[in-house]
Every structure is written in C-alpha cells, then in structure tokens.
Design a protein around this ligand. Structure first.
Ligand code: NAD
Length: 471
C-alpha cells in the first residue's frame, strides 16, 4: 500500500503534490492506538470533549491561511474554500450546543410499576470516515464532529484527489492535547479506504454508488454498521404558477454552484409547458452572465472541474445528448485552459430520458430542461431514476408545491428554492433508492448514529415477581 500517489492540480493539470499512504500494518497500529486512547476520550465526558473541540476551533483559526491555500490548490476555487472552513467551524459550535442534551441519560417508569428503566448509551470505540473530493474539508468533517462529541475516536480517509488540506488540519489537531490521540486524518486512495473498514467499528462513507456498494459489502462482511451517502440526479419541477424571476435564479444557483460538483446539484429540470420558453429564455440570459474563475482564482463564479476523469464524463454526456437531438441553448463545451478543464454553464433543451445527461450523474454546471403537460407526468419523470437524494419544487402556493413534493421519492425536497439541505442542518432525511443507506446524517439523529443504546432495567420492590417459577 505504501505506493506514492501523484496529485494533480485542477487549475494547471500538473501533478505538483504526492501522498504516501500508510502500509496495512501502520494503519492497523494507528487504529489500535486510537482505540486505546478513546477510553480516556469517553471518560472526560461531554464537557471535556466540548472543551477540546473549542480548542480545535481556535487552532484551525490560527491555521486558516494555510488551510485555505491547501483547499484552493486541491479544488482550484477560492470562495467555496473559505465557505468550507466557515461551515466546518460553525458545525463545531452547532454540535457543541446540541450534544449535551442529546447525550442526557434518562430514567423512566415502565408499563410494569415495579420495573424502572434507565436509558443510557455507549459510543462506538472507533469510527471510520471515507470522503470524496468535491467538498474535501466539509465532507470529511460532517460526520466526524458528531462522532467525536458522541465519544468515539475517528480515523478519516479523505479523497486522494484533494488531500492537500490534511497537513494543515493535522497540524491544528496536534496542538490539542485531548484530540491528537483520538482524531487522525490519513492520506491514501481506495485501497487504504478498503483497509480502514477492516479496523473500525462503524463506517461513514460519502462517495459514488459504485464505491458505496463495495463499502456496504465490506462492512457487512466485517459485521459493522455502514452509513452510505451516495450520488444523486436531483430533479426540479417548476409548476406553471411559479415566479419565473425567483425560480430561474434558484435553479441557476442549485445547478451550477461549485461548478455543479455537488451531490445535491439540480441535474434535471422539468418545466410546465405553458411557461417553458419564457423560463428557458430567462435562465439562458442569467447563465450567460456567469464567468469562469479564470485566469485568476479571484475572477468569476465557475471554478475548474476538480477531477480530470470528470471532464471526460461531462464531454461524453454532452456528446451523447447532442447526438440524440438535444439543443444547446448556451455553453455546451468542456474546454482545456492552461492544463485545467472548464465547463461554461450550459442549458440544453429537446432532451429526454434516453440521454445520459438525464439519467446518469453528470456533476457539471449543466441544466437539461424538459417540458411537461400534466403534474402527474412531471412526478413520473422526476421519479424515473435509480437515485433519490433530494429535489426541488416551485409553485406560487407552498401547499401546491408540497402536494407534489410528497410524491417525489427523495429524502430532502426544497420548496421554492434549491439545495436547502446543504444549509439547513435541522432537517432529518434518509436517502431513497441508490442514493444511500442508513440513518440521517442531518439533524439530531446524526449524533445518535454513533451511540449504541443500553438499557438498565431495575426491579424496585422486594416482592416475588408473578412470572418467577414457584420453588
Ligand atoms: P468515489 O466513490 O470515487 O470515492 C470516494 C472515496 O472512496 C474516496 O476517498 C476514495 O479513495 C474511496 N474509495 C475508493 N474505493 C474504495 C474502496 N474500495 N473502499 C473504500 N473506499 C474507497 O467518489 P468521488 O468521485 O470521490 O466523489 C463523487 C461522488 O460522491 C459522487 O457520486 C457524488 O454524488 C457523491 N457524493 C455524495 C454526497 C452525499 O452526501 N450523498 C456528497 C458528496 C458527494
């Protein structure tokens, strides 16, 4: 496993960084060390754990410039890197506020008057987190923070495509005495991820359906729980009553933010036939106003395509759609500039479900739009997919939109907006179909995933129980 992995810079195309994954023995030893140190972490209780995480927050703030620089190198984008750091820091505060109440033990009477119930929890000792490249910091910490507060030690294996942020983050972690022995980010690729599953008690995986299947199977073989957060092909339904000005702005943001490289990007847009042309014209005008973040990282809104293999997939989807009759209303090409790959915001019409761009995850700033006549037709089209991550519905009345949302097979539906599940952390949701498996990563339920319930059932009187044997 110790084979060096070259890391490409998404803006230049040059491999200007390398990582060296740990050997299997090193990984196993590190996991044993984490497991040993977790005993103290659990013993210091929630107050001690909150204190350590607040120290981490300060340490990250002191490393902020280095962390930003590393994330910019990893992803080629500036404002989203800053946003990732802010979201990470605010997630520490949010979980520190929520955790004490969630970890309260309770005592209750039961249906049998002389039996009392004491409900307690025991954290899993060692949690493994495997994360993707599209939001390197955010997605490697989204499960990590609640797992730490629950009392677990955590080993994180971020993507080998965007690993530069690991060094400054580990530098910050190492300054916090109670954290440095129970939280480790390791470098490595798929092989390291696969090995990690052998040594942990629970695995949180974020990535593609194809890898998620392997992770799920390996977790089952090791008899550990797996929480899988996988791909999507999110639909938006725009009913004829929708406010076109607001809707086109929300669709544009929901489809092209982060260059469309988000699991919850809107990748299919179904618009009522009566407003179709008006909607397309307005969306095209707005899409054309966006600029590439090129030549400098400070310019424009659309960053480079982070993963090179992604550029090939996007071209393939575009060519497939055009060959089958799609009309390009703006954008439509994947271009190489100074070694990086770029895709302008693209609007496609005359699309249908025989095209990859309507059925497979494209992960690009592409908005394929189809008209519908009846609402039933729109719902059938939205549900005609193997995915069920999230969706959006737009209408003049919230109740009209919710009536449609109830019929969409997905875990989180934004009403009259897009991508709200990334901003509103309270909303618990499960992925439908192939978009994932396991409990909600959002909301209070997220932290509970890292605890095993334990019940003490105490007899409180000294009278023989009616169900005992007579002897
Ligand atoms: P990927 O599946 O290729 O890789 C994800 C991680 O898995 C990487 O760290 C990789 O090294 C590791 N890995 C690869 N093979 C492995 C194996 N056999 N065992 C264990 N780990 C292994 O995904 P990606 O291309 O990095 O990320 C993009 C995908 O992630 C898209 O499908 C996207 O929709 C999805 N995603 C989902 C969410 C969500 O919350 N549902 C969020 C972001 C991204």
């Amino acid at each position: 496993m110790n084979k060096t992995i070259e890391v490409r810079n998404p803006r230049t195309g040059i491999s200007d960084h390398t990582i060296v994954p740990p050997s299997k023995n090193q990984l196993e030893q590190q996991c044993l060390n984490l497991r040993q140190a977790q005993i103290h972490w659990q013993q210091i209780g929630i107050v001690g754990r909150i204190e350590a995480l607040q120290q981490l927050k300060q340490a990250v703030l002191s490393q902020r410039d280095r962390l930003t620089e590393a994330l910019v190198q990893d992803t080629g984008r500036l404002s989203i890197s800053a946003l990732e750091i802010d979201s990470f820091l605010s997630s520490i505060d949010r979980w520190c506020q929520l955790a004490p109440e969630l970890l309260q033990e309770s005592e209750k009477n039961t249906a049998i008057p002389f039996i009392k119930l004491q409900q307690t929890f025991v954290p899993y000792s060692l949690v493994g987190v495997i994360s993707p490249w599209n939001f390197p910091l955010l997605l490697s910490t989204i499960d990590t923070i609640p797992a730490l507060l629950a009392g677990c030690a955590v080993m994180v294996k971020p993507s080998e495509i965007a690993p530069r942020f690991i060094a400054p983050l580990m530098k910050a972690i190492k300054t916090v005495p109670d954290l440095r022995d129970i939280l480790v980010f390791i470098e490595g690729g798929g092989e390291t991820g696969a090995s990690l599953i052998e040594y942990v008690d629970l695995i949180c995986f974020t990535g593609s359906v194809a890898t998620g299947r392997k992770v799920g199977a390996a977790a089952a073989a090791n008899f550990i729980p797996a929480f899988l957060e996988l791909g999507g092909k999110d639909p938006a339904i725009i009913l004829s009553s929708a406010n076109l000005e607001l809707t086109t702005s929300a669709i544009l943001w929901g489809s092209v933010v982060n260059t469309g490289q988000s699991c919850l990007s809107l990748e299919r847009i179904y618009v009522a036939e009566s407003i179709f042309e008006q909607f397309v014209d307005l969306l095209v005008t707005k899409a054309k106003s966006l600029k590439l973040a090129y030549p400098t990282v400070e310019s424009g809104e659309i960053g480079p395509i982070i993963a090179e293999r992604q550029a090939g997939i996007i071209s393939e989807h575009l060519q497939d759609a055009i060959a089958k009759g799609a009309m390009v209303r703006c954008g439509g090409t994947v271009e190489e500039k100074d070694g990086g790959w770029w895709c302008y915001p693209t609007v496609l019409t005359q699309v249908n479900h025989s095209m990859k761009v309507m059925t497979e995850e494209t992960f690009a700033p592409i908005m394929p739009i189809m008209p519908f006549v009846t609402v039933e037709e729109a719902i059938n089209l939205a549900n005609d997919t193997i995915y069920g991550l999230s969706a959006a519905v737009f209408a003049a009345e919230e109740s009209e939109a919710i009536a449609v949302a109830r019929q969409i097979d997905a875990g989180a539906i934004s009403i009259n907006d897009a991508g709200l599940t990334a901003l509103i952390y309270e909303g618990e949701k499960n992925s439908f179909k192939y978009s994932g498996l396991g409990g909600s990563r959002m909301g209070a339920a997220s932290l509970k995933r890292f605890l095993r319930n334990k019940a003490f059932l105490a007899k409180t009187n000294s009278v023989a129980d009616p169900w005992w044997f007579d002897s």
